[in-house]
Write a protein that binds this ligand. Sequence first.
Ligand code: ZN
Ligand code: ZN
Length: 398
Amino acid sequence: MGYSPPFGSGNPLMQNESPAREEYAPINWVTTILFTVTPLAALVFVPWYGITHGYSWAAVILFVLLQWAGGLAITAGYHRLWSHRTYNAHWTARLFFMLFGAMSLQNSILIWSSQHRTHHRFVDDVDKDPYSARRGFWFSHMGWILRDYPSGVNDFSNARDLERDPMVMFQHRYYLPLTLFMNIAFPLLLGWAVGDVWGVFLLAGLLRLVLNHHCTWFINSLAHMWGSQPYTDENTARDNGVLAFFTFGEGYHNFHHIFQNDYRNGVRWWQWDPTKWLINALSAMGLADNLKTVPDLWIQRAQIAMQFKRMEAALEKRRARGTDEQIERFKARVGEEYAAFRRALEEWSKLRDQWVTDRKQRLLQRWEETTLRSRMREIEHSLRVQRRRLQVMTKAYA
Ligand SMILES: [Zn+2]
Ligand SMILES: [Zn+2]
């Protein structure tokens, strides 16, 4: 969890920008045909059927339900459960995620999670990140799926835990029949049950699938290009509330890339993150446990470290047009603030260590624990105040 000192050397990643790779990559005809035909078919047949026949309410409701089931199976299942292990889920929840994840037609849990772990480990690397945003919008959105790039070769050495999971391996082995059943037979059966076979098939089957694909892919493309970077600028990931709305909370991608072990992506209570709410609900029902969160202070620390970087940029601007005296004053203020920041972090870490070891050894009296905890909370509060002060300072000086 790095925070760089003010007036540091900048971000080495940014200085090494390589151009997109010209490499030999054969077209993958299965994915190319599939991901060309499905959106075209949706574009033509969905409105045509609506105009000529109209859709039943049942078809519309099933469309919404399956949209949420398929979307959440990817975000809560494939992503936060299997790729990042941010919580444990009861087998009934895992079965649901496994089946509806297959319905989303984004490959098996094993392949998806392994690639996603590689994405986090080598984020932005043009050779190793399977959907590196540095190779452009098209590549990171869906180009990476349409050709067999060297960066997309499966290597399950980072997913041994998943290879030991019987449900994951069952889905991997029977992926084709499962995905065909969930995408064709299942919507047709639902349509037959409500008396609108083609309406349900087109809305809850086809349109749902196409929308789910592109919303998920936006996380690899747009969420690495458009939005804010409140927690880190060491990679291209962004926080974007608009994207979060369409992706069940996954749009808070800047937070996610720095704290990938946290089950939340939208960390604030008001941030739109239905995946987080689903995991909370599962936990309340006893179907999920061991929900992992990072300490609040780490989040504060990341945000303040980013503010120091912004102040540095403001100082650069000042240098161009300010007087020496003004610059010196500003520099002194930043230095003071940074020293206070370091002192607060050090004290907090010491208190936390003491709290953890004493708790382990059961040495702590109740009143001592209360004192320790309340001092830690005081420091957390002082950092929140500092964060606001830095915001004002940056604005005033920039
Ligand atoms: Zn992730
Ligand atoms: Zn990412």
